[in-house]
Ligand binder design. Structure first.
Ligand SMILES: C[S@@+](CC[C@H](N)C(=O)[O-])C[C@H]1O[C@@H](n2cnc3c(N)ncnc32)[C@H](O)[C@@H]1O
Length: 623
């Protein structure tokens, strides 16, 4: 850059300041007026000089095209899912999209990420439902800063943070809401910028087109209801079914004695429900850990026998000496586990393997799998594998046996209820397979299919394989534990298509792909790949279902590159081409995102009701 004169510097400063205030650069007229210049060409002269000096860019053919060089520096920030400005929600990081903003909007220092806001507890700070907040990563905050706070073992919320009398006060910026107090708060960053969202397509409950209609139905929310009864709570899994939703679909669209199927059964929530209400069930999944969990959750075990084996196991573990164990051998084991943890886990595993009754061994192995996650060096708040850092990692000293006992004992209580309530004479068959292919389920043999497909491709959304990897490696669900890292590639949308050519007949898909491709071709290919796979799954579902019977899919309409993909409508369109009729699209609120009305100091019923995250239940009927 060359030197500039004092006057040129004044012009440059004016342009910068104007841009900061207005968000765009001044026109030549405005520059002329400010400096009382004789003509526009004089303003032009200054601009030219500043350009030659390397201080300004100018696109002459664009109005207000003047921009300063340093302001041009942009940064791409990942939007890592949603944050509740309201009731805390589980901290799940799903990189959904990225936003690009200029560096000087957020300051030069630090690492950043962004979150989409749900709820209205921060409205007085100008943060509204659907906005995006840019967060600077940091673990400490000053009094009064708006922070991403994780409380109560992995619940994330956006609040103002204050330290008071040795406690933390999480203060909403909404006069109708009360603060929360906690002894411990984990700060994950402070808000540095708010990006207003003007899009609310889904919230209107109705599509722009008349082709399909979404019906919002609050009776499907099941807010505040227990979701971990029976064996439902024995292991975490990403994007689990709310048991009440599964049960209601089964009760509405099938009857006792029917044979149902969940083609993406995951950890088996729908299968547990079907056993409890007397339906035979098939479950299919392509993630070996999901198969393992689904089997354990749906196999009744006599609780007395289970408790006896559990107590004997605890005795045995204590007696195992360090030199009697074999350390598992898989890539990066020392990165993910401390040595002391590896030794205790290996002892537990040895003692578990000595249980002769395989169903009991497998059931307790599920508690072991949870123990693996909680005692590893990973942040438990994330489904992706993210290692704890620095000081926290140094201090990380998990009580492996304690964690195991907590989970095992909770699981035994769950199994006691399941054993008591399960209907006799029904079976569950769980198939490790790809639902886009024929898995041996007979043509026209199924009375009802209920399922929740993956959210999108596993690499950029919920990484089922990555979530399962460490457990899968420890509990030997693969012949070669190193194969565990390949799972996500095989799941729906795991491999991007070569190009964007396709023959799927869905206008909604076409429109979404075009919009996304304009912004990012690679992401459009991921979306196409997912939908191609999904279409094959719809065809298989059509094959196995009896004519006239129902197929229900619980889906989320995800956002990719700021484009809302109407997956519910796309499924309806694709399915109708295959031989289904779309009978209903019910929109339900995802529970836990609404503020408790009973706490309203205003006493206005519904005053605290918020716009929430939603998902659609697509109800199809085979023609
Ligand atoms: C939303 S989860 C289902 C969660 C389940 N409802 C529960 O309650 O645990 C979607 C599942 O689809 C599975 N999946 C992805 N692609 C698949 C495919 N091609 N065939 C079968 N399962 C697949 C994933 O492994 C994941 O477990």
């Amino acid at each position: 850059m060359t030197m500039i004169t004092k006057k040129q510097k004044q012009v440059l400063d004016f342009i910068k300041q104007y841009k900061t205030t207005h968000g765009y650069a001044p026109s030549l007229q405005e520059i002329g007026k400010k400096f009382k210049l004789a003509s526009i060409s004089t303003a032009h002269y200054y601009i030219k000089k500043l350009q030659e000096a390397g201080q300004l860019n100018k696109a002459f053919n664009q109005p207000r095209g003047v921009s300063t060089i340093e302001q041009k520096q942009t940064i791409e920030i990942s939007v890592l899912g949603a944050i509740a400005a309201g009731q805390p929600i589980e901290a799940i990081e799903i990189p959904d999209e990225t936003i690009t903003i200029t560096r000087d909007e957020i300051g030069k220092q630090g690492k950043h990420y962004a979150l989409r806001v749900q709820g209205s507890s921060m409205i007085d700070e100008g943060i509204f439902d659907g906005d995006i907040v840019v967060i600077r990563k940091q673990e400490v905050a000053e009094n009064g800063q708006t922070v991403v706070a994780v409380i109560d073992d992995n619940q994330a919320t956006l609040k103002k943070l204050y330290r008071e009398n040795g406690k933390f006060r999480l203060q909403p910026a909404n006069p109708t809401l009360f603060p929360m107090y906690r002894d411990e708060v984990e700060v994950r960053g402070v808000v540095v910028k708010i990006i207003r969202n003007l899009e609310s397509q889904l919230d209107q409950g109705q599509s722009r087109d008349e082709k399909y209609v979404r019906k919002i139905d609050y009776s499907w929310d099941y807010r505040g209801e227990k979701t971990k009864s029976h064996t439902h709570g024995i292991h975490t899994y990403p994007a689990m079914f709310i048991p009440q939703v599964g049960r209601r679909l089964l009760e509405t669209y099938s009857k006792e004695g029917d044979t149902i199927c969940d083609i993406f059964c995951g950890s088996g929530s729908a299968l547990v429900e079907s056993r409890l209400i007397g339906r035979n069930a098939y479950g299919v999944d392509l993630n070996p850990l999901a198969i393992f969990l689904a089997k354990a959750k749906t196999t009744p075990i006599n609780p007395q026998k289970l408790t006896r084996e559990y107590l004997a196991l605890l005795d045995r573990v204590e007696k195992i000496k360090d030199n009697e164990i074999t350390r598992p051998d898989f890539k990066n084991i020392d990165f993910w586990f401390k040595d002391k943890v590896i030794i205790t886990l290996a002892k537990l595993k040895k003692a578990l393997r000595e249980i002769k009754d395989i169903t009991i061994q497998n059931f307790l192995m599920v508690a072991f799998s949870e123990t693996i996650r909680y005692s590893s060096n990973t942040k438990t708040g994330e489904f992706k594998l993210v290692r704890i850092k620095g000081n926290k990692l140094e201090k990380h000293d998990p009580d492996v046996i304690g964690i195991f006992r907590k989970h095992a004992e909770k699981s035994i209580v769950g199994m006691t209820d399941f054993y008591k309530d399960v209907k006799k004479n029904v079976w569950t068959k769980i198939i490790y397979g790809d639902s886009s292919k024929d898995n041996g389920i007979k043509t026209s043999s199924i009375d009802c299919i209920i399922t929740s497909p993956p959210y999108g491709d596993s690499r950029t959304t919920v990484a089922y394989g990555q979530f399962s990897r460490l457990s899968a490696q420890w509990i030997d669900v693969f012949d070669n534990p190193n194969d565990a890292s390949g799972v996500d590639n095989d799941l729906l949308g795991g491999r991007a298509t070569k190009d964007l050519m396709h023959t799927l007949s869905s206008d909604y898909l076409k429109e979404s792909l075009e919009k996304i491709a304009k912004r990012d071709k690679a992401r459009a290919k991921d979306v196409l790949s997912f939908n191609l796979g999904l279409n094959e799954c719809l065809k298989q579902a059509h094959r196995i279902l009896k004519p006239g019977k129902y197929f229900c899919l619980v889906v989320g309409n995800r956002l990719v590159k700021q484009v809302r993909i109407p997956t519910d409508f796309i499924i309806a369109e694709l399915a109708e081409k295959i031989g289904f009729t779309c009978e209903d699209i019910i929109v339900r609120n995802i529970p836990g995102k609404r503020m408790p009305i009973k706490n309203s100091p205003t006493n206005i019923v519904g005053a605290l009701e918020e716009t929430m995250n939603k998902e659609s239940i697509v109800v199809l009927r085979k023609n």
